[in-house]
Design a protein around this ligand. Structure first.
Ligand SMILES: [Zn+2]
Length: 271
């Protein structure tokens, strides 16, 4: 599933092809994504310039002259830069054409979104209640300390709550808790300020490392014809059940926490 780093890599990869360019064509082959692609999208978009390509959580925002195109990659979506004459394959549901270049959305599971919002996209119901950006300076130790007071939930669950902080999926929640030495079940409300500091740093470090790793494969990511294009990474705990901890050698444990698999080292991570 594309997580925040993949979405940010996508944003950086396609930005040069769309920024200050004019949309000259739109093709919708299958409008049945998580929500229906708006009818008449071509009529709305053709002729508009893209002023900015922003990201909010895992949403890409093509900020145009008259509003914003909101794109979400869902569970299996990817955007590629192609020659518009390239024949579409199965699951290539939407194209945005910019003259001699096109962006093609491929989404086999169709949990993605392509929506139009006239006016300010930050007020859109999907975006209005989102928490802070984890790479923004607003996501600070002070913020996390305040946000956790009086909360009895495990810290991993709170970290994955998009109304608190956006875009920290299961992989990065596991990895950042390991880096901070915090057990995923540690009670949020009892986290010390020092541990909040370590966790904020851990979140930033794992996300930036993932973006850096993806940056090196940016060319492939954007241009490849491959089915996923997501980059492989080196994890400390995620998906490493029973394997030795890379720091202390103890076996990595796995537990179900709120439907999601939590991977942790009992030696390195404390409640
Ligand atoms: Zn360990």
């Amino acid at each position: 599933m594309p997580e925040l780093p993949e979405v940010e890599i996508t944003r950086r990869g396609i930005e040069p092809f769309v920024l200050r360019k004019t949309i000259t064509g739109v093709a919708v082959r299958n409008p049945n994504l998580r929500q229906r692609v708006p009818r008449g999208l071509a009529r709305i978009l053709v002729g508009q310039g893209v002023r900015r390509l922003a990201r909010r959580g895992k949403y890409l925002l093509f900020v145009c002259d008259a509003g914003s195109l909101i794109v979400h990659l869902g569970m299996s979506g990817s955007l590629r830069v192609i020659d518009p004459r390239t024949l579409p394959r199965e699951h290539d549901h939407v194209d945005l054409v910019f003259g001699d270049v096109a962006l093609r959305l491929r989404d086999p599971r169709r949990f993605g979104l392509v929506l139009w919002n006239a006016g300010d996209a930050s007020r859109h119901p999907l975006l209005a209640k989102l928490g802070v950006e984890p790479l923004d300076e607003k996501f600070s130790a002070e913020f996390l300390y305040r946000a956790t007071r009086g909360r009895d939930v495990g810290i991993k669950q709170l970290l994955m709550n998009a109304q608190v902080v956006v875009g920290i999926g299961n992989i990065y929640a596991n990895e950042s808790l390991f880096r901070a030495g915090i057990h995923p079940r540690a009670r949020s409300g009892r986290l010390s300020f020092a541990r909040c500091e370590r966790l904020v740093a851990g979140v930033r470090d794992v996300l930036l490392a993932a973006i850096a790793a993806g940056g090196s494969s940016l060319r492939d990511f954007v241009h490849s014809d491959g089915s996923s294009g997501y980059f492989q990474q080196h994890y400390y705990v995620y998906d490493r059940a029973a394997l030795p901890c890379r720091v202390c050698g103890a076996a990595i444990r796995v537990a179900r926490l709120g439907q999601r698999a939590s991977f942790y080292c009992v030696t390195c991570q404390k409640k």
